[in-house]
Design a protein around this ligand. Sequence first.
Ligand code: FAD
Ligand code: SIN
Length: 537
Amino acid sequence: MTFELSVYEFDCVIVGSGIAGLRAAEVVGPHARTCVITKGKSKESSTQYAQGGIAVALNEDDAPSHHFEDTLAAGDGLCDPEAVRVLVEDGPRRVEELIGMGANFDKKNGDFDFTTEGAHRKRRILHAGDATGREIEKALGRKLLLDGYVSFFEDTAVLELLVQDKRCYGCIAIKAGKLAVFYAKSVILATGGYSQVYAYNTNPPLATGDGIALAYNAGCEVADMEFVQFHPTTLYLGDKKPISIFLITEAVRGEGAILLNQNLERFMPRYHPDAELAPRDIVSRAILSEMQNTKTDHVYLDLSGLTVDIPSRFPTIYKRCLESQIDITKSFIPVAPAAHYCMGGICTDVWARTTIDGLYAAGEVTSMGIHGANRLASNSLLDGLVFGYRAGRHVVDSLPGNAEPLDRALPMRDRFVPSHQDRIKLMRIREELRSLMWHDVGIVREGDALEKVLNRLKGFESAIAGFGFHEDVIEVQNMLLVSRLCAEFAFARQESRGAHFRVDFPVRDDVAWQLHLVGKASGAQLEKVPNIAKRPL
Ligand code: FAD
Ligand code: SIN
């Protein structure tokens, strides 16, 4: 069946309405015809659910150099120092601007109430209770509304990028069953990560890796796809398997909560000198090991040592746990790890440029080596803020050079609605994929199992290859693609580092592997490179 094709014309199209997309929109809006396209409602994003806070060196005993060192240490030898330097040095100014837009972070006696989380040596995390992301989205959303420059297309999914001669000139999207072409001089991908490919994860359902798949299919390089961060503490609710699992912020441990195993013994001091505040990968693996030793599928968080008023400091968690009959002021919280954040993504330089002209990427969808093999807690919101701004700034500065009309093709696409049978097959494949990724490409990996996963994924890809151009099909294709890349990269990296742990290669090997893996759709072998942020130049 052929559907009507709407055509829109903008200078800049931004895909995604999380922190990176909104910050970019705020920068570009006053200078160029700009729109934000977003798959759900504009508030729906991982950003909206961010709890713990945003890390920034603004406390008086702190400095960007300390933040730099902690980021590098958590990244386990794989951070790009140049990119990290941009993050920590631009960070304070960007956060001050956010505060200027009305973001209201908690204060104590008139000063910011900085908290801490795993692997931070200073108290440098600004927060708004345990709903920091919501506060940031509110401030950015309000600013965009007051400025009034930017158009929003909600419930609109981008399905394909338009690229000719290594130059991006827009995208194809779908809204309410209708295809639309968005022509643009620049496109900024700010579509977040792919944690939804795991059966247990903290992300909203939209986090299916679309931006990475769009860019990869258009010819961009992707890097570090093997590194997926598993958050140690998400609410464990027995057999119930929601699509997204509720997070119990690391800030709870920052304020003094401890982890107990099934025998109610504190175990983290046996695994790391920083105990509950060790880097996330170490805490997640320690929990996994305790669960295996005690043959259970959860451990406990004990908040009894906290000196803060729990219901007012952590109101969202307090309410959510009460809904499940857990009063966290009196009882332990049952917790287990879940997929949370993707360090891998589209290669960009420090101005958010990809290897395709006119195509930018910012936030969790990218990989430029800021987070190395394991992201430092609360650095992700800062990443989106700093590099969303930089993407926007570069687009604005390039406008005069981009002004010449492009010789653009009008893409012809038919949208095919899958049959009932095909839909059932699609749902089954999605669920099998999520379970496969959880079991075999999760916190602990092993070569033979990864090889089997790769074969299964190729089988799934061929099973739905002929299903046609439809948003539900494309979403599952995207999930399969990013999962395959994650498994391929994980199979190739024969060592253990940060969030990537191979039981068959359990040791970090700096001689062979202090390198990033980079791949592209050309079919060429994965490349090993010392530095990602310099690639797109
Ligand atoms: P997102 O906020 O994920 O936004 C992606 C956007 O892209 C969404 O609007 C989505 O609808 C849109 N999109 C996706 N695909 C398409 C498509 N095909 N077409 C159109 N639109 C599309 N980090 C911290 O630093 N501190 C924290 O305290 C913290 N807590 C967290 C708690 C939770 C529960 C979660 C899930 C994450 C947390 N993180 C935290 C991580 C952090 O929130 C995210 O990494 C960050 O918000 C990502 O921002 P982003 O702008 O890159 O993407
Ligand atoms: C949390 O609040 O524990 C999440 C913080 C993060 O992902 O950086």
